[in-house]
Design a protein around this ligand. Structure first.
Ligand code: CMP
Length: 158
């Protein structure tokens, strides 16, 4: 991975799977020049959700959110790019789809906070932790794109 490039985790949640919009969502990231470097479909367990949502334990939405996340499998994706955590959070929009602006993923697809289509890591520390929670190092693939210089000034990292 070139200097200054970072990775983040997104989860395409059960509502995205059921509504058949995983391809459209991935397309948004790819169109932006963001590179998927790891991807898999899994059925989440209580064990892993307890770890993922540890900071929300005890809150009123903790158990309902776990139930929602187990309704169907999810698609886990590691994305790579410059300032990737911030860029992907902006593309997802605010947590509550009803407050999310049009043009963001939640603004376009989510009708409320309890069914909000996608998760993205909150900051760099969370991204490292969450990527390690879901992926082995052998499941993440570094590769070069021939047209990378038409998305970024790769040499200057800008
Ligand atoms: P996410 O930001 O991915 O991680 C926490 C999740 O809890 C959030 O998305 C929502 O799916 C869910 N959730 C449900 N109700 C709330 C709430 N009132 N506040 C925050 N998150 C909520």
């Amino acid at each position: 991975m070139p200097n200054k490039f970072e990775r983040t985790l997104v989860i395409l949640k059960p509502d995205a799977i059921h509504r058949g919009i995983t391809g459209e969502i991935l397309d948004r990231f790819e169109q932006k020049g963001i590179k998927p470097v790891g991807m898999k479909m899994v059925k989440l367990s209580d064990l892993i959700l307890d770890k993922h949502y540890a900071q929300h334990r005890g809150k009123h939405f903790f158990e309902p959110t776990k139930k929602y996340m187990k309704m169907l499998p999810v698609v886990l994706v590691v994305l790579e790019g410059l300032d990737i955590v911030k860029v992907v959070r902006t593309m997802c929009g605010p947590t509550d789809g009803r407050n999310a602006p049009p043009g963001t993923i939640r603004g376009d697809y989510s009708a409320g906070i309890s069914r909000n289509i996608i998760h993205s890591s909150e900051d760099g520390e969370a991204a490292d932790r969450e990527i390690k929670l879901y992926f082995k190092s052998t499941e993440i693939f570094g590769y070069d794109k021939l047209d990378a210089d038409f998305y970024y000034d790769v040499e200057r990292g800008e």
